[in-house]
Design a protein around this ligand. Structure first.
Ligand SMILES: [Zn+2]
Length: 80
């Protein structure tokens, strides 16, 4: 069975999760020096929205460590 996760016009997807280092990727859009490390999640999301990104999904993730941990996950996309 073949599946695809591509959507027309969406070619730049970034996922950010609260309380995770997955948000620590440097922006580097148009040589931007913004680094999401140690930034609050809302600051990071607002930064990418300023670059023209749009919100594709906001949801929760649950992880099992010493009990259940809940995180917010936000997926943004840019059309360029
Ligand atoms: Zn940037």
């Amino acid at each position: 069975m073949t599946t695809t996760n591509q959507f027309k016009g969406i070619n730049n997807v970034r996922q950010f999760v609260s309380n995770s280092n997955r948000a620590s990727i440097p922006c580097e859009i148009n040589n931007c020096s913004f680094n999401a490390a140690d930034q609050e999640l809302d600051t990071v999301i607002n930064h990418y929205i300023e670059h023209g990104f749009e919100i594709l999904h906001i949801g929760t993730e649950t992880e099992m460590r010493d009990g259940k941990l809940h995180f917010y996950t936000i997926v943004l996309f840019g059309s360029r």
